[in-house]
Write a protein that binds this ligand. Structure first.
Ligand code: GLC
Length: 557
């Protein structure tokens, strides 16, 4: 590590204080799944240099910030969400110098950088877990039940399938809500708190603008680790408070982190944020994570899980806005990420719906998260052969996007939930490396191959193929993001519903009116203004607008 690394590069347009209305309230944040974004060295795995080289693309796309998924030293039992050293870069992804270079380049371009922090569990290769004495204090070990302790201490299931407990050679058991290689930390131990605050300071010193907090609802377990007494726990995740998820005790941790982030921001004259990946049963409980003294944002998975129906979308939007307004936080919106089926496929395999859903999302007040490749309209890859699968849930016989929320059983999942349309509900199909250019795999992803095979028919979906084509999904995203910047107040201003026929949503925002036709056929209505941008060609004749089926239009009013 060079001396330079201790002097963080200035964040773009640094405001004078770490408090007050902030950049994050209406930011569009692009998720870079590092392993699948761009590969600089030809090993078929995306890396930090590859990501840095492609930052101008993201600047040009028009996003405000990037969120990088974990690139820390890790045995990669769960795509890097099993961290062995939180202060080191895994050689697969590069070096600490590469991370520093990436942050500096992003800041030079006016992009902020958010990194993942994984506090619920570490890798089983973490030095704490490797040392039996330390492990006993800092993880959750319990004696087993049964005559000779041969049964797990309680009935909790791993999100990835199977029991949430693994027995050690010594005969006791340790808790892992995810894979056995991801032991849960004991957050009753103050040393765990101290360590995570130190890790955050380490990355803040390097210049990051915030953290995406992995499993932010998981660190605190109910006292006594009580049984759940329900055989299908995957169905309950995100649907109710569980003894291991969404316990009230997690909020004290988020309060402490907010103090740290604000203190840092004040000292450096910039705003650094925390965003919770939290699965809470209601919008109200989710809003608790973004009270003024807690994290800044929380992912809105209720929106992601909403079916493509006008009434359902309207109620989830209303509930989300009301809940966050009650605590003074901005709402966030998200349609895709590395844990769920890409929304092109999830919303019925329809690119038209996916484009419409995106324009709807970008017209809503608050901050939006984009997942790499959605701007290309990439579908989920649903025919990956078993031998290339890497999602640990696949090998555990788990059912699904596990890390994600409710309805992970694809058989019983209602239409439109996170797993609908995927390959057995597992997560590799949304993680296939991006196609950048060319006619054949790896489509410019890197000089070698790609760690998951890309479909043979993606040449028309590459960045190069779509650039400059006004009908392409990429240009639709670019145009929408440009309008978001041009229309002040669109991000964080007011919204009100306007009258609309059944199956159609209409609402006004500063500078525009948005219509969404969720039906599969055209709907005519009095033209509300002049079309500014539409996900599908809209016609206006004699003051009557024909909204194509599954479309969203922004109208200048
Ligand atoms: C989060 C991540 C997911 C990971 C899990 C365990 O939900 O998004 O990818 O498997 O946490 O860390």
């Amino acid at each position: 590590m060079t001396q330079e690394l201790t002097s963080p590069s200035p964040a773009p347009q640094a405001p004078g204080t770490g408090r007050g209305p902030g950049w994050w309230r209406d930011a569009v944040i692009y998720q870079v799944y590092v392993r699948s974004f761009a590969d600089s060295d030809g090993d078929g795995i995306g890396d930090l240099r590859g990501a840095r080289e492609r930052l101008p693309y993201l600047k040009d796309l028009g996003v405000d910030a990037v969120w990088l998924t974990p690139f820390y030293a890790s045995p990669q039992a769960d795509g890097g969400y099993d961290v062995a050293d939180y202060r080191a870069v895994d050689p697969l992804f590069g070096t600490l110098q590469d991370a520093d270079d990436l942050i500096r380049t992003a800041h030079d371009l006016g992009l902020r950088v958010i990194v993942d922090i994984v506090p619920n569990h570490t890798s089983d290769r973490h030095p704490w877990f490797q040392d039996p004495e330390l492990a006993r204090q800092r993880y959750l070990f319990r004696p087993g039940k049964g005559e000779s302790g041969e049964l797990p201490p309680n009935d909790w299931e791993s999100v990835f399938g199977g029991p949430a407990w693994t027995r050690t050679d010594r005969g006791d058991w340790y808790l892992h809500l995810f894979a056995p290689e991801q032991p849960d930390l004991n957050w009753d131990n103050p040393e765990v708190h101290t360590e995570f605050e130190a890790i955050m300071r380490f990355w803040l010193d390097l210049g990051v603008d915030g953290f995406r907090v992995d499993v932010a609802h998981g660190m605190i377990k109910a006292p006594g680790l009580p049984d759940i007494g329900h055989g299908a726990q995957a169905q309950l995740i995100g649907a109710q408070v569980l003894p291991f998820f969404d316990q009230d005790g997690v909020h004290a941790i988020h309060r402490a982190w907010r103090r740290l982030l604000d203190g840092y921001g004040d000292a450096l004259g910039r705003q650094v944020i925390g965003v919770a990946e939290a699965w809470a049963p209601t919008a109200e409980r989710l809003a608790l994570y973004v009270r003024p003294d807690e994290l800044h944002q929380a992912f809105n998975f209720q929106f992601l899980n909403a079916p493509w129906q006008a009434d359902a979308l309207r109620s989830v939007i209303d509930a989300s806005l009301a809940a966050t307004a009650s605590v003074g936080a901005p709402t966030t919106w998200v349609l895709s990420n590395h844990d769920v089926v890409r929304h092109t496929t999830r919303l019925g395999g329809s690119l038209a719906r996916a484009r419409a859903a995106t324009l709807l999302m970008l017209a809503l007040p608050g901050s939006a998260y984009l997942y790499q490749g959605e701007e290309l309209g990439l579908p989920e890859v649903t025919d990956l052969p078993d031998e290339v699968r890497q999602d640990p849930a696949f090998f555990r016989g788990g059912r699904a996007t596990g890390a994600a929320g409710p309805g992970t059983d694809t058989e019983s999942a209602p239409d439109g939930v996170a797993t609908a349309g995927g390959q057995d509900g597992f997560r590799d199909g949304c993680r296939v490396p991006l196609p950048w250019s060319g006619e054949l795999p790896p489509y410019g992803f890197g000089p070698g191959g790609s760690w998951l095979p890309q479909p043979a028919d993606w040449s028309g979906l590459t960045v190069a193929a779509q650039t400059g084509d006004p009908a392409s999904t990429l240009e639709l995203y670019r145009a929408a993001l440009e309008l978001r910047r041009r229309l002040p107040g669109l991000g964080d201003g007011a919204m009100s519903w306007a009258p609309a026929p059944d199956g159609v949503l209409a609402f006004t925002r500063p500078g525009l009116l948005c219509t969404v036709n969720t039906l599969g056929h055209d709907v005519g209505l009095p033209a509300p203004g002049t079309p500014l941008l539409s996900s599908a060609p809209v016609t206006v004749d004699d003051a009557t607008a024909q909204l194509p089926g599954d479309s969203c239009t922004w109208w200048a009013i």
